[in-house]
Ligand binder design. Structure first.
Ligand SMILES: C[S@@+](CC[C@H](N)C(=O)[O-])C[C@H]1O[C@@H](n2cnc3c(N)ncnc32)[C@H](O)[C@@H]1O
Length: 224
């Protein structure tokens, strides 16, 4: 997975499947946790600040109630939770399967004085049945990472969509930001139990006479 704005630390050569392993994320977030403890740097902002601002503008436009139960899937350093809290959202949960990520997110939230945000260590692909009832699920780069798993994208896709159907209430919304999957691919993957709602505009590029988007942001609604 490549991403605009990535820092030199993560530009090293890696085979794509490394980003699909828990070891990769444990190492990456342990380094970021150490750095945060040393100098207070929150670390990588995947897809940049604009990727969060874009979703926040959409939440405003749609007048999504600020007491909606929001789940950030694969929260990383928890920065999206902070931006949502700054935006007035009060019922926020983040999960990540990396213990170091959860520790980093908790440290950053504590420093920001945001004690009401729940952050849990949890593998989204194995989340319990009772992990449900969310009005809004957000994924920024996590589905991309999950589907780089060496066990096979198809199996991970199926487990992810099953977990998402369990977590999201009927009528709830799912916002996915992806750089590895095209709109058409995502429409196909999230076709059972979800209805396509809209696409958020992202910067377009032109290369070799073709036009495309480096990042795709789609909104889906959970249907019965
Ligand atoms: C590309 S990073 C994005 C992090 C965060 N969403 C952001 O935008 O900064 C992918 C995240 O997904 C997490 N992750 C990967 N597989 C996961 C799984 N099965 N369950 C929960 N979290 C997972 C990783 O630990 C990592 O924090």
């Amino acid at each position: 997975m490549s991403k605009p704005g990535q820092d030199a630390r993560l530009q090293e050569d890696f085979s794509p499947s490394q980003l699909g392993t828990k070891e990769y994320w444990d190492d990456a977030y342990q380094r970021e946790l150490d750095t945060f403890r040393d100098i207070g740097d929150v670390g990588e902002i995947w897809f940049g600040e604009e990727s969060m601002a874009r979703v926040l503008r959409w939440l405003d436009k749609k007048s999504i109630p600020t007491d909606s139960a929001v789940l950030d899937i694969g929260t990383g350093n928890g920065l999206f939770l902070i931006r949502l809290a700054e935006h007035g959202f009060t019922n926020l949960t983040g999960i990540d399967y990396s213990a170091a990520s959860v520790e980093l997110a908790k440290c950053i939230l504590e420093k920001e004085g945001l004690s009401g945000i729940r952050v849990k260590e949890m593998d989204f692909l194995s989340c319990p049945d009772e992990f449900s009832g969310f009005n809004l699920c957000i994924d920024k780069g996590t589905f991309d990472a999950i589907t780089l798993n060496a066990d096979g994208a198809a199996d991970c896709e199926a487990r992810y969509t099953t977990a998402l159907r369990g977590a999201l209430r009927v009528g709830g919304l799912f916002v996915i930001t992806s750089c590895n999957w095209t709109k058409e691919q995502l429409l196909n993957i999230f076709s059972h139990g979800f209805r396509f709602h809209e696409e958020l505009p992202t910067p377009r590029f032109q290369f070799g006479g073709k036009t495309g988007n480096a990042v795709t942001v789609l909104i889906f609604e959970r249907i019965p």
